[in-house]
Design a protein around this ligand. Structure first.
Ligand code: ATP
Ligand code: MG
Length: 644
């Protein structure tokens, strides 16, 4: 690989193809933005410099850093070792049963090289797809980076997904190899994994081999010739491997969205632009200091957050990370805080669903631990209710750590809207401003930008380096889903509602499909839910708009009460309706409030409102295959029988 100083975009027309007139005089031009991204890409090590920053002539199919060549794994691993940081810890890994592993950058390089050599021995070559279903163990990272090193697009499937979900993802990508484990620990028990993947691969002829990591030691079904143990195949391989460079647009991975709204889409990400933006956003959103910070992102590698902010972003930035295998309450509810204390975690990045769970468990739990190392707190996945934001900052951040609410999607690849930690005035519940280099707007039905204090649709009006390059094998669905709504303007339609406040800061209001229309007033799910959660007796809340003969739609709320709440359910719900009317206005008062034991959530922890809408409108409940726990719907239905 060439040294960094050779790195310069070749002369030519680096800004061609993205002309655009800024709508406000103070905004950077498209050319400014491209120059910005070219500088950011310069933090990576390119074997061949690019000739053009962005080619948007075939919009909406973008090409960033065209002509440039690099190796993503080299950028995440080898270059740090070559620069003398081989002894720095890349991962403090902790298993659910309490076993630990410390992996330095030098260790990581050896493991990734061995794994790459093993994959080569199976006859895989650049462009072949590899499916990975693994628990949160170091081999998951080794496998992803080995794929990246060899130009094999990976498709990581969350460990909790069923054989049917795995099967459809393997089929869609026609994977030649599946990497999995014998079993996985779930709340203290060893559960089978290989037995499930065998069910999936019975129907997937594309899979030639199954590579199996021994994690729990449980018995596994075995197909001679096809199945291979990781410790047999990988451990004996040489720990040196010369990386080859790939085109900046070489596919890096396919990742299926979490399925909150419907059938999962195989989102395609490529190499140079993706790595540029994940590295940049990881460094700036968390104000990362690679020599001193200990960073922990609690996502699973099966989600985009795990790809971008456990693997590619942090490693490109030479971060020291914590990686934890298990659930937050195994064997006790203080497990995360214990880990923060033990490793001195300074940057902690999690999801509102977990913060609300911590709230439910009680603040006396974090109070038992020394969390003084925490410097920055991050949130992603859903709008964070102001109440949860404040709790997070108080009980984890000692009232001083900035809370960075990051808005982005599987499709955007990296963070798009987030406050600058510590610099922006704290606004609980607002993601505030697009990060530098990104342009986002809130627009009305016609695509005209709305004014301050107004709400509308969130759009991205300029291409960005880590944008999806399509939906695997379905160009039409790509155009239709994201680019048809504002086709005349060329805007990317994010599918989320948003509002500008009086300062011009952005507040996310929830998915457009979930926005409620009561007597002609558009009311956001996020706002009503935040009002409900701000009532002391309420732990979690979800609201939906159910069709109503007089108002068009009426608000129906589902709430989980905190343990030990006094008074009857009727008293609490009556008080709650008044509380919402006071907080937002009488128009937002729920028609009905149902007390439920659980809410339906995806496996990534997001509330699935469309199922609750089915309940509220007394319909047969729709597709529940992406629910974390399908029995939740039975619980809700049983509890509500006759009450709607
Ligand atoms: P699918 O697209 O299959 O329905 P999904 O949208 O839940 O699933 P993701 O890409 O994981 O899959 O999630 C992105 C969505 O999560 C965003 O569009 C938005 O609705 C929500 N989201 C993520 N971060 C935030 C945030 N900080 N504030 C508000 N909403 C957020
Ligand atoms: Mg989505």
């Amino acid at each position: 690989m060439t040294p960094r100083s050779d790195l310069r975009p070749a002369p030519g027309s680096p800004f061609a193809g993205a002309e655009g007139t800024p709508s406000r005089p103070s905004e950077p031009t498209a050319a400014d933005r491209l120059a910005f991204w070219a500088r950011e890409a310069g933090h990576l090590d390119w074997e061949t410099p690019w000739s053009q920053v962005l080619d948007w002539t075939d919009a909406p199919f973008a090409r960033w850093f065209t002509g440039g060549r690099l190796n993503v794994a080299y950028n995440c691993v080898d270059r740090h070792v070559e620069a003398g940081h081989g002894d720095q810890v890349a991962f403090h890994w902790e298993g659910e049963p309490g076993d630990t592993r410390t992996i330095t950058y030098a260790d990581l390089k050896r493991e990734v090289c061995r794994t790459a050599n093993a994959l080569l021995s199976l006859g895989l070559s650049a462009g072949d797809r590899v499916a990975i279903q693994l628990p949160m163990i170091p081999e998951a990272v080794f496998a992803m980076l080995a794929c990246a090193r060899l130009g094999l697009p990976h498709s990581v499937v969350f460990g909790g997904f069923s054989p049917a979900a795995l099967q459809s993802r393997i089929e869609d990508a026609e994977a030649r190899l599946l990497i999995t484990s014998d079993g996985q620990y779930r709340r203290g028990r060893a559960e089978p994994m290989k037995a499930n993947t065998d069910e999936a691969t019975r129907h997937t002829p594309s899979v030639e081999h199954v590579l199996v990591v021994r994690r729990t030691g449980i018995e596994v079904p075995w197909t001679e010739g096809r199945d291979l143990w990781w410790h047999d195949l990988v451990d004996a391989r040489p720990d040196e491997h010369r990386p080859e460079s790939f085109d900046a647009e070489h596919p890096l991975f396919i990742l299926y969205t979490s399925g909150t709204t419907g059938k999962p889409k195989g989102v395609l990400h490529t190499s140079g632009g993706y790595l540029t933006q994940v590295a940049y956003t990881h460094r700036t959103a968390f104000d990362l200091a690679p020599d001193t910070d200990v960073y922990w992102c609690t996502a699973d590698i099966g989600w985009i957050t795990g790809h971008s902010y456990i693997v590619y972003g942090p490693l490109a930035n030479r971060a020291t990370s914590v990686m934890y295998e298990g659930t937050p309450n195994t064997p006790h509810q203080g497990r995360h805080f214990e880990i923060i204390q033990r490793f001195g975690v300074s940057v902690y990045y999690t999801a509102p669903t977990l913060i609300r769970t911590f709230m439910k468990w009680g603040e006396h739990i974090p109070a038992r631990y020394d969390l003084s190392s925490i410097r920055v707190l991050g949130s992603v996945g859903e709008p964070i209710n102001p109440e949860a934001w404040r709790w997070y900052r108080t009980h984890l951040g000692a009232e001083r750590a900035p809370v960075v609410d990051t808005w982005w999607q599987t499709e955007t690849g990296a963070v798009m809207i987030a406050p600058v930690p510590g610099a922006a005035p704290a606004k609980p519940g607002s993601a505030q401003q697009p990060v530098p280099g990104i342009s986002a707007k809130v627009v009305d039905d016609q695509g005209d930008e709305v004014g301050r204090g107004e709400s509308g649709y969130l759009v991205l009006d300029q291409p960005w380096p880590s944008m999806l390059r399509g939906i695997w094998g379905d160009d039409e669905r790509y155009r239709e889903t994201y680019w048809s709504r504002f086709a005349h303007l060329g805007y990317y339609f994010a599918g989320d509602g948003a509002r500008y406040d009086e300062d011009g800061d952005i507040w996310l209001l929830g998915r457009v499909d979930d926005v409620m229309n009561v007597s002609g007033h558009r009311i956001s799910t996020a706002e009503v839910e935040s009002a409900l959660v701000s009532y002391p007796a309420v732990a979690e809340a979800a609201v939906v708009g159910a069709s109503d003969t007089t108002t068009g739609q009426a608000i129906v709320a589902f709430v989980i009460l905190r343990g030990g709440t006094a008074g009857s359910a009727e008293d609490v719900t009556a008080a709650l309706r008044e509380h919402v009317a006071r907080e937002i206005g009488p128009i937002a008062k729920p028609r009905q409030i149902m007390v439920v034991p659980e809410l339906p959530k995806t496996r990534s922890g997001k509330i699935m409102r469309r199922l609750l809408r089915d309940v509220a409108e007394r319909r047969e409940v729709g597709d529940v295959t992406t629910l974390a726990d399908a029995s939740v719907m039975d619980l809700i239905n049983a509890g509500l029988a006759g009450s709607l």
